[in-house]
Design a protein around this ligand. Sequence first.
Ligand code: PGA
Length: 246
Amino acid sequence: MRKKLIAGNWKMNGSLAANATLLDNLRAGGAVGCELAVCVPAVYLSQTQSALTGSSIAWGAQDVSEHESGAYTGEISATMLKDFACGYVIVGHSERRSYHRESDELVAIKAAQVLKSNMTPIVCVGETLSEREQGHTDAVVIRQLQPVLAAVSSRLSEIVVAYEPVWAIGTGKTATPDMAQQVHAVIRAALASVDVHAANTIRILYGGSMKPDNAKELLAMSDIDGGLIGGASLKAADFLAIASAA
Ligand code: PGA
């Protein structure tokens, strides 16, 4: 049985004052029947660590450098993130793929860096609207996953995958539970082609306009093991409501 994971992706939102309130309210939310995590801007990791240490909520980052250390101005390494006790690091979010031209291969290297520092990469995949309309959804997510499977094959069971259709992110448009389930099953089959046991234990999250009012039916699907939540993770009440739907 896979324990559901509800992970917040704050993106480039927050401030010391706003985060303090949000983190306090999340902590006060008490025990939920699933795992909770927040992926915050790196500059707020220290604040998040202080606020959540001793709680059941994990924290993490939204990106990582593919390099270990050195002359890479502005970059943040996996070992630095580990210094702040990050549990999770998102890699390959569609906003990184499109605005920063991150390739499938680069995302795979980042996932491997995260594992090397003993954190869990949340590897994002997902098709654009035109790719879906042309019937390329399955091929796109498999192409995005392929280099990751090769790069982390010996530790495959330690990753989390997030299926995030690009057309559903921040748009209010959600994949129907059946549409999402279908792609999740394709992803699980691709994982199984490398390691059947890992495929059964890996959590595959759905992301893209998941909200309190649609979370329950999405999370009821057999291959949807949690959510990667953007907008709704910025409001404690909404984030906790999604968690209780899980
Ligand atoms: P959204 O974002 O929930 O605001 O659609 C999800 C994500 O981009 O991870």
